[in-house]
Design a protein around this ligand. Sequence first.
Ligand SMILES: *Cc1c(COP(=O)(O)O)cnc(C)c1O
Length: 429
Amino acid sequence: MKKTGIATTCVQGGYTPKNGEPRQIPIVQSTTFRYETSEAMGDLFDLKASGYFYSRLQNPTCDAVAAKIAALEGGTAAMLTSSGQAANFFAVFNIAGAGDHVVASAHIYGGTFNLFAVTMKRMGIDFTFVSPDATDEELNAAFRPNTKAVFGETVSNPSLTVLDIERFAKAAHAHGVPLIVDNTFATPVNCRPFDFGADIVTHSTTKYMDGHGAAVGGAIVDSGKFDWAANAEKFPGLCTPDESYHGITYVKEFGQAGAYITKATAQLMRDFGCTQSPQSAFLLNLGLESLHLRMKQHCANALKVATFLGSHPNVTWVRYPDLPGDPYHALQQKYLPNGSSGVVSFGVRGGRRAAEAFMKQLKVAAIETHVADARTCCLHPASATHRQLTDEQLVAAGVSPDLVRYSCGIEDPDDLIADLAAALDAVEA
Ligand SMILES: *Cc1c(COP(=O)(O)O)cnc(C)c1O
């Protein structure tokens, strides 16, 4: 399909049926595919021919949905994974191994922080966490000769920091490594990190992309812009023969635009098997078809809710990048002028206990670990997603103990505000 606007891509991207074929993406619920000769199958295993043979590696339904996400982000190649966690793990592990080092923003999702600081650390990869507000000097000082990537979130969950993508990309490129951006909260409707120099984008498709709380999933997209060959000594996995795949060199065989995703599929998906099911990919695609409409309503609701919260005496602080007084407003205006996301955070007068009591009073918003859904939900991260963090780590991650993460759905904003007003009025500060 020719390059189209974001709404057309949401609705029609990734799949163009031929004469008489199904209008909707078919769910190819098959683990395997039939071939007439062993030779034909051998060519697939050698990556000499492209085609399907086993759904752990590739499946037509998943590929069509991945192609839509690649088009939405303006990338050259994409793959679906079983979850956002799997996407971030693969995105980093595809280019970093034992003995390597990665620079990451300290303001990232709690699950990703744990993946990096604990589990991948155990695999021999070191992470340096830098403040998203670090000066260029501090940022550059975080790099080591064995640094392989820089990682951040466009709009961080739950601290709502807007990443200065251009500045982080510049620092990464000056050290010959790519910038990986988790674009879950913004979605390509609100920001396309590749337009600002990011090289790889990841998603928890569980959030806005699905949008209906129906299926856990993830995605990785390659911009095709990072020149692996020019930094070959840093990326031997992409630039030297892969003995586990008949000596194929990914950048030679698949070019700058295809090497990264092909390697992640051929090696990581083959060995770890974190696949998305065709059924989940189908549900994800239904969500993508309305992503452009839902993001508008999420952001409009969030701005109204944030403005209301700012005026309530029992709210001590409000963070929403779209508010003119927000510390990240200038970056929001630059990177996400149509809105950051539907997520607002705030503190309730009286701290941790008051926050918990207030949340119990809510009737329209539900207490959930989930976020970025059509239904409004809220969470107290310090007692849920971030409870494994020490108080020091909480502060470093931009999550204060009284922080309430409030994820505006696409209901009537007046109902959300009435619900909040009743619960806040009941707070005994
Ligand atoms: C939820 C989330 C993840 C993890 O995704 P799962 O699909 O839950 O595995 C990663 N990054 C961000 C920003 C998230 O919000």
